[in-house]
Design a protein around this ligand. Structure first.
Ligand SMILES: Cc1cc2nc3c(=O)[nH]c(=O)nc-3n(C[C@H](O)[C@H](O)[C@H](O)COP(=O)(O)OP(=O)(O)OC[C@H]3O[C@@H](n4cnc5c(N)ncnc54)[C@H](O)[C@@H]3O)c2cc1C
Length: 388
C-alpha cells in the first residue's frame, strides 16, 4: 500500500497555498459576510483549469477524479477558503454529467461549465420530505408527446440565484404508482431562467458566500434531451452524485479544521499568561488541539479512501458516509477547541474564529444528517435492523 501522492496530486492539493496569496481568508470572509458569490476567485479557479477536475479532457476538463477533487477542496479549506460552491456544480453536477450524461448533454454543459461560463445547483430536498428522499413529490409529468411538465418545490438550494441550470431530482411516476419505492425517479437538467422557475431567499445565520433558496417549479416544460440518465431510473445513478457530495464535504471539514488549528497554535505560542509561559504549554490547551489534529488527519485519510473507492468504480456508500461522519465531527471539534484557545478573542470579529463554526457545524446536519449517516452504517454496513 502506497500513501504517496503523485506530483500532480500534490500540486492540486497545494493549489490552495498558492491561490490564497491573492485570495486569502480575509477575501473569503468579506464575501461570506456579504453573502455574495466570490466571482473573481471562481473565475481564477476556472481559468486555472480546476473546475473541470472530474471532467474528461474531451469536454474541457482535466480527466482527474474524486481523489483530486477532494485534495483540491481540502487544500483550499486548509487555507481558510472553504468553497462550498465547488460542491454542487463542479463535483455533483459536472461529475454526474461526465459519468452518466448523453453525448449531447456532455457537449451542451461540460465545456462551458469547465470554463466557468455556466454554473449549476443541485435540488433534491423538499420541505415535506426532508431526510426521506423517497417521499419527494416534485413531479415531471409526461405530457403525452415525449416531453414533461415539472411542478413542485425544493428547499435549501445552494446558489440557486447564480446557477444557470439545476440538476433536479424528480419523480416521473408518483410513489403510490410504483412497485418499488426507488422506482419512478428521474433526474433533469432544468434551465433556471425559465419563467416557470421562481425562488425566495432563505437567510442563514452564519457567514458564507453561498446563499440558500427555496425554489418553485410551475409547469416548466422539459424534453427528453433534459433527462440525465434514464427516465424512471434516476435512483440508480443518484448516489454517483450523493456519495461525491459526502466525500468532498469531508475535505472541506478537514481543511477548515486544519486552518482553525493552525491559527490556534500560532495564538497559543504567542499568548503568554502566568509566569510568562505561552498558553500552548498548558496541557489543558495542548491536548484538545492534539486530539483534534489527530481526528482531522484520520478523517482526511478516510475521505481519500472513500474517493479512491469511488474512482475505482466500487460501491462507495460505506466509506463516503464514514468519512462524512468523521470529518464533520473532527472539523467541529477542531474549530471548537481552537475558539477556546483564543479566549474572549475567539468571539470577536477581528479574529473571526467563531465565524468558522457555523459552516463546519452545518456539516453535521447536511447534506445528510449525522443520524441518517449512522442509520446507514448501522443497517447497511453492520447488519442491524432498520428502526424507521
Ligand atoms: C446551508 C444549507 C445548504 C443546503 N444545500 C442544499 C442543496 O444545495 N440542495 C439540496 O437539495 N439540499 C440542500 N440542503 C438541505 C439539507 O440536505 C437538509 O437540510 C438535510 O438533509 C436535513 O433535512 P431536513 O432539513 O429536512 O431535516 P429533517 O429531515 O426534518 O430532519 C431533522 C432532524 O431529525 C433527525 N432525523 C431525521 N430522520 C431521522 C431518522 N430516520 N433517524 C434518526 N434521526 C432522524 C436528524 O437529527 C435531523 O437533523 C441544505 C441545507 C442547508 C442548511
Amino acid at each position: 500500500m502506497d500513501f504517496t501522492l503523485t506530483q500532480e496530486q500534490r500540486m492540486i492539493h497545494e493549489y490552495g497555498d498558492r491561490i490564497s496569496k491573492k485570495f486569502d481568508h480575509d477575501y473569503w470572509r468579506g464575501y461570506a459576510n456579504k453573502g455574495e458569490w466570490p466571482a473573481e476567485l471562481y473565475g481564477q479557479i476556472a481559468s486555472d483549469g480546476f473546475l473541470g477536475l472530474m471532467v474528461p479532457a474531451a469536454y474541457g476538463g482535466s480527466g482527474q477524479g474524486m481523489i483530486e477533487m477532494t485534495l483540491f477542496m481540502e487544500g483550499l479549506a486548509n487555507n481558510g477558503i472553504p468553497m462550498l460552491n465547488l460542491v454542487v456544480g463542479p463535483t455533483m453536477t459536472m461529475g454526474l454529467l461526465a459519468k452518466h450524461g448523453s453525448e449531447d448533454m456532455k457537449r451542451r454543459f461540460l465545456p462551458d461549465g469547465c470554463a466557468g461560463k455556466i454554473k449549476f445547483c443541485f435540488a433534491i430536498t423538499e420541505p415535506n420530505a426532508g431526510s426521506n428522499s423517497m417521499a419527494i413529490t416534485t413531479l415531471a409529468k409526461p405530457d403525452g408527446s415525449g416531453g414533461f411538465r415539472l411542478n413542485g418545490q425544493k428547499v435549501f438550494i445552494t446558489d440557486a440565484n447564480t446557477a444557470d441550470y439545476a440538476l433536479v431530482v424528480t419523480r416521473t411516476t408518483r410513489r403510490e404508482e410504483v412497485q418499488k419505492k426507488s422506482d419512478g425517479f428521474t433526474l433533469f437538467m432544468v434551465d433556471m431562467k425559465h419563467k416557470g422557475v421562481s425562488k425566495t431567499l432563505i437567510p442563514v445565520s452564519f457567514p458564507v458566500p453561498e446563499s440558500q433558496w427555496q425554489v418553485f417549479f410551475d409547469d416548466v416544460p422539459l424534453t427528453q434531451a433534459d433527462v440525465l440518465g434514464e427516465v424512471g431510473k434516476g435512483f440508480r445513478i443518484l448516489f454517483d452524485t450523493l456519495n461525491p457530495e459526502r466525500i468532498i464535504l469531508s475535505g472541506l471539514c478537514t481543511g477548515i479544521g486544519r486552518f482553525a488549528l493552525k491559527r490556534a497554535v500560532a495564538y497559543a505560542n504567542e499568548r503568554k499568561l502566568f509566569n510568562n509561559t505561552p498558553i500552548g504549554a498548558y496541557q489543558g490547551i495542548q491536548h484538545p488541539l492534539a486530539i483534534a489534529r489527530s481526528e482531522v488527519e484520520l478523517a482526511s485519510l478516510m475521505a481519500l479512501k472513500a474517493a479512491w473507492v469511488f474512482d475505482s468504480g466500487l460501491p462507495a456508500g460505506e466509506f463516503a458516509n464514514m468519512a462524512k461522519y468523521a470529518a464533520a465531527e473532527a472539523g467541529i471539534r477542531a474549530v471548537d477547541s481552537s475558539i477556546q484557545v483564543f479566549g474572549g478573542n475567539g468571539f470577536t470579529k477581528e479574529y473571526g474564529m467563531y465565524d468558522l463554526y457555523g459552516l463546519v457545524r452545518l456539516l453535521r446536519t447536511a447534506p445528510l444528517n449525522r443520524e441518517m449517516v449512522l442509520n446507514y452504517i448501522g443497517e447497511h454496513v453492520m447488519g442491524l435492523p432498520r428502526s424507521y
